[in-house]
Design a protein around this ligand. Structure first.
Ligand code: ZN
Length: 330
């Protein structure tokens, strides 16, 4: 058992996603001193995952004299006050349950829980390109589109802990606009997430195969194998259809980000997630699209949007920030 000291400059932190669980010992400067991970295997139940997480935490903290506490970043939806899940799509079977009481009992540590995207935003206020920002938004563009919001120094969690569903703001209203899995027509996620970029490209390639010859070639001749990554790659190589899709995606992302900036006036907005690596090559165009759809002030003062530099550690580091702010003295 590890001892608790609110003056310690170390904390235990964990990150729970649909595929893996990570546990780490993190300093107040965001250095990960030791780390361990395991497959989540959500189908085995939350009790099983909690017990395995506590073992991982025991291992990573074994060399530490004391920690301030433990904070857990997790995929949601979740009520951050209690840690209770609300129909989490990637943690099937965990609905209505929380890790918090059992984790407190097993680790003897004070435990705080936060939504992974909100904690990603929190990490960016401490360690990212807009560090020390009091108002910051983190947007993740990958399988889905989600986000976390820090406004005036506070995590914005909403009435039920589910604020920050930035993927479901409307970015398109034309007849070709797609709907997301939830069913909202023309939303950001439906028209810019990784799988939906693939969907747009497959439809475009099917209706104009000769214009998509490079793209179809990259997919080994099989339109069904076209995905977001191949679409960006084909556009780079001069494929007409892929280029059209990529231009549309850039416009959709630009509209989404412009709306978020208009609502929250953040010091900065940080973009992460798998699709951002592809977008990085078209960054100048994205900034132009944000200016086109955004408020005129961004023409003069510049667009405060960057790609995350924290990679896959962003939510884990956010958990460490939460732990120090909740349980630490520094
Ligand atoms: Zn939606």
């Amino acid at each position: 058992m590890i001892s608790v000291d609110s003056n310690s400059n170390l904390t235990a932190a964990a990150d729970i996603g649909g595929t893996q669980i990570r546990a780490a010992l993190v300093t107040h400067k965001g250095e990960i001193l030791s780390e361990n991970r395991d497959a989540t295997m959500p189908e085995r139940g939350i009790e099983d995952a909690t017990s395995r997480l506590s073992e991982l935490l025991y291992e990573v903290t074994s060399d530490a004299d004391a920690v301030t506490g433990l904070a857990v970043s997790t995929a949601g939806p979740i009520d951050p006050a209690t840690g209770t899940y609300d129909h989490p799509p990637n943690l099937t079977g965990w609905h209505g349950k929380s890790m918090k009481p059992e984790l407190e009992r097993l680790t003897s540590l004070p435990v705080a829980i936060g939504h992974d995207a909100t904690l990603a935003a929190l990490a960016e206020t401490k360690f990212g390109p807009f560090k020390n920002a009091h108002s910051l938004v983190y947007v993740t563009i990958s399988t889905g589109i989600g986000g976390g919001i820090i406004a005036n120094g506070e995590m914005v969690t909403g009435s039920t802990g589910q604020a920050g569903e930035l993927g479901h703001i409307t970015v398109r209203t034309d007849p070709e606009a797609l709907a997301c899995g939830v069913g909202c027509h023309g939303c950001f996620e439906g028209n810019a997430s990784g799988p939906n970029i693939g969907r747009m490209a497959r439809a475009a390639a099917s209706s104009d195969p000769s214009g998509a010859s490079i793209l179809i070639g990259l997919a080994g001749g099989d339109v069904a194998s076209i995905d977001a990554r191949l679409t960006f790659e084909a556009a780079e190589k001069g494929d007409d259809v892929a280029e059209r899709v990529v231009k549309q995606v850039i416009e959709n992302v630009g509209r989404g980000i412009a709306s978020i900036l208009a609502v929250l006036d953040p010091h900065g907005l940080v973009v992460g997630g798998g699709v951002v690596h592809s977008l990085a090559n078209r960054w100048d165009e994205l900034i132009e699209a944000i200016k086109t759809y955004g408020l005129p002030r961004y023409e003069s003062r510049g667009v405060p949007v960057s790609i995350t530099e924290l990679g896959d550690d962003v939510s884990l580091l956010g958990a460490s920030v939460l732990s120090f702010s909740r349980f630490g003295n520094s």
